[in-house]
Design a protein around this ligand. Structure first.
Ligand code: HEC
Length: 172
């Protein structure tokens, strides 16, 4: 009985979010393959995983440098600060755009198989449960699109225009 009440509350929240245009209806499936949590939980859980996963430290401009004093509406829009090392120069992409452009299962596959360049924490991503990954997807999508694309990856030795954090070779 309690279970049924929880599910219908989730369906209601889902309908409200979809009605407000905050979440695409396809991202609102409850139960089954889509996960074991309801939609409201997915939002809270996604926000939680993003927060403890440190995603904002790189994917939100100014976040790490201000101890997180960036409004949630500005989270995860990417950064033009370059990360330079033997891998070349990488930029933390705009995840607000990324999650609009990929479907949920495509995201699960990317998170499980893609070899991200440093300093993206690929091992942390691989260690996440499927439910955590799905929650991230729904949460970031619900934030809506925002911001510009981050600068493109530059190969080792290639000149870049903007500021970079340079990684020295580790001591042996
Ligand atoms: C230490 C910095 C750092 C942290 C922390 C970080 N990322 Fe990244 N992320 C990057 C960089 C740099 C890239 C680009 C990697 C490349 O060029 O291959 C990236 C790439 C990505 C991509 C690929 C996007 C695209 O457009 O292809 C996704 C998705 C992503 N990160 C998600 C996350 C999530 C979710 C978290 C938190 C769990 C996170 N990142 C934490 C730096 C970071």
């Amino acid at each position: 009985m309690k279970h049924r009440i929880v599910l219908s509350a989730a369906a209601l929240v889902g309908a409200l979010l979809a009605g407000a245009g905050l979440v695409a209806p396809a991202a609102l499936a409850v139960g089954g393959k889509a996960g074991t949590f309801d939609v409201a939980d997915a939002m809270a859980r996604g926000r939680y995983v993003v927060s403890i996963g440190g995603c904002n430290d790189c994917h939100t401009a100014g976040f790490a440098m201000s101890n997180g004093r960036v409004a949630e509406q500005d989270w995860l829009a990417g950064d033009a600060l370059g990360w330079q090392g033997p891998w070349g120069t990488t930029y933390a992409p705009n995840l607000r755009a990324y999650f609009q452009a990929i479907d949920e299962d495509g995201w699960i596959q990317a998170a499980r198989t893609r070899e991200f360049r440093p300093p993206m924490p690929t091992p942390s991503m691989r260690a996440m449960s499927e439910d955590d990954l799905r929650a991230i997807y729904r949460y970031v999508r619900s934030l809506g699109p925002k911001g510009e694309p981050a600068p493109a990856y530059a190969a080792p030795g290639q000149q870049v225009a903007g500021p970079v954090v340079r990684f020295p070779a580790p001591p042996r």
